[in-house]
Write a protein that binds this ligand. Sequence first.
Ligand code: GCV
Length: 692
Amino acid sequence: MMALAAPAARADVVVPDRSLSQWNGEDGYRLWLRHEPLEGAALEQLRAFNPIPGTPASPESETLGIAESELREGLAKLTGGSIDADRPRGVIRFDCGRRERGGDGRFRVTSGARAIRISGPDHLSCLYGAHALLRELSRGVDPATISLDETPAMSLRLLNHWDNPDGHVERGYAGRSIFDWWRLPERLDRRMIDYARANASLGINGVVVNNVNASPLFLTPHYLPKLKRLADAWRPYGIRLYISARFSAPRDVGGLPTADPLDPAVKAWWNAKADEIYAAIPDFGGFLVKANSEGQPGPQDYGRTHADGANMLAAALGKRGTVIWRAFVYKAEDETDRVKQAYQEFVPLDGKFAGNVIVQVKNGPLDFQPREPFHPLFGAMPRTRLMLEAQVTREYLGQASGIVYLAPMWSEVLGTHTGRGGTVAQVIVPGGIAGVANTGSDRNWTGGHFDQANWYAFGRLAWNPALSPERIAREWAAQTFSREPEFLDAIVPTMLASAGTVEKYIAPFGLAHLMGTGHHYGPAPWVCDLARPEWNPCYYHRADKAGIGFDRTAGGSDALAQYAPSVAARWADPAQMDDRLLLWFHHLPWQHPMRSGNTLWHDLVARYGQGEAEAGARSALWARLADHVDYRRHAEVAADLATQEKEARWWRDASIAYWQSLNGLALPAGVRRPDHPLDWYKAKTFPEAPGQ
Ligand code: GCV
């Protein structure tokens, strides 16, 4: 095992000053599917087993063929090509029925002395089983002891792309879109297959290819051959294609004067559109819809309800597909606390949605902030299928800088008891889970190398929400970087703590929505003059000379009342509650006494400082891991961590300078003053920021 090297010199982490061959080595494209050769006991065990994929000799379907070649190539890589064809073999047998797809993906992998059997109801089970077997072997599990019996927790496990037809990705931090609509259908980029492989390795089974702020182009005949080409390419990997549908499409591209969902001509237009799509793509997944939200058209434009709109589309799809209707709605004209509005609009519609409609709800009631309570709709619509929407791309969590591993945050939400009908994970079983994708045209797919871990973790938790973030991080890091225990023992705890670090310097004590306007990059808590009140950071922090925080108790907006009483009780008393949500639910004086014995002001300043210190420590730790990681990826991560370090300092300093401008309080003794006066932070602009 390699010893930990001394910290690299600062310049060394940023500048690619090595030879071209070192730079041209591992670049992250292969994701977690590298299957680097095993070493030591794990290699010996695999060699002793000498596994050869046994059947089928000639694949009975494309899916089985893919499963077989994944396994053959994966084993060859894991053994460094050292399987001995002349020795007795450990046969790996596929036993997955006659159907190619149609089941839920469940699989079993069982091993005896000289054989491993991968079984399940259809060929997709064998593909999932093959990936699971490779994952286990990659972790160093002895092939003779492997025993897996897995069924996905929910049937829909989707990625949502916010990609536009022109290649721009809304909230994308990894380059341009991976979808090349210009060259499709003639040219199918190899990336489209590698993307499907990666998703299949996790069990992701559906992809919405375009932004929820949807262009109606996707519903025109011009786009159908492009969509068909993708759907055909992904089908053998078990991935169904969905599109975001613009509600006003009958008017925008259909030549009708209205998009009223109760208008017979509008219904006929959608019926014909669905038939046209299914004629080309028989397993088309369905429509995702953002309606009457942030300026998007919807049924309320015609005095109709969300249920009227969703059910009209659901009737057009019939049994063939699903309408996924987003609950992310709020209005500038509504005087109520923004976080209450979705609940108020949707709960009265419980039981009114058709069976093939799913209501998709963000994890929290605001908008993917570093810290939010779970969305009160979970558990509050027992007669409606609900789906959870998580954001894999890090719009509000530092975008693509540094290391921010989101599994602990998602796992916490999934495991939270709603107080009405089980945990969030249980409530969404009839619906499913969707993640806003973080992929782009960058060679490493996700901008930051560690952002691959978020794609991976999303897929693994979608398959099994009970998996621990620790186990997922270990699996991912071992497959993606290095299996060396010294590396894993250092990087896994770092990953686990990383979302907490960002929370400390961006959203301490449950402060939210304090970012810059438009690009959402960096701090701007001073913004108070945007036309829509609920777009202003001031709306959320409510800070003044006396105190800070949003009172959501009965004395304030009473958003607490939207939760089950058992849950609300946990957050009602500032003295008892989890302080990570303190200022989300309470407006408190700066001198409020905290459990620590200090004042709120003192602890707030300290928390920013902890965030900054943790970000700095992460850079130093990564420098010490240089010997465990290939050159290029190490250098790129080091540079991203250096950026994160700067951002942590900037968030801390700008925030503290602003709070001081309101409260006039001195910093606690010994605490570093912000580097610059407040106006310096206010003057910063980011015209080139991505993702806007
Ligand atoms: C796709 C936030 C984001 C928007 C996004 C929206 C949504 O407001 O900033 O970019 O739009 O959420 O989820 O619809």
